[in-house]
Structure formats: C-alpha cells, structure tokens
Design a protein around this ligand. Sequence first.
Ligand SMILES: [Zn+2]
Length: 74
Amino acid sequence: MVVRKAMEVIRMAYFNICPRCHATLDPGEKCDCEEEEKQREEFFMRNIKEIPGTGQLALRLEREGTGYEEKTVG
Ligand SMILES: [Zn+2]
C-alpha cells in the first residue's frame, strides 16, 4: 500500500531524536534526560560558590553530623 507507506514516512519524519541521549521522542515530547540535567544544574548552582580572590569553585557538601564541608573543584 503506497498510502500506508507514505504515512509511515511522514510519521517517522515527525519523530524527534533527543540530541543528548538519542532517544526516540513523540512529537512535542520532551526527553527526561534534559530534566535530569536541569536538576543537576540547579543543584550545582545552589551548592557551588566561588572562593573570593582565587577564581576557584567550592562545592558545598552536606555531611552527616559535621554540617557542611567545602571541597574545592576545578
Ligand atoms: Zn534524552
């Protein structure tokens, strides 16, 4: 069936491929991996601060009992 084949081609063309993880997405669907990435970014925005004068970044880690520990990254 030519029509059916054409429909299939159109359907395929409307599928989105996630540029990050290459998952096949329905039209308009957003991939989960982007959401995860955003949450990770927000986490770092909350927990990373710049050490004044050094230009280095410190990651604030919550530790049991002792409160926060600052770990230098980069
Ligand atoms: Zn993805």
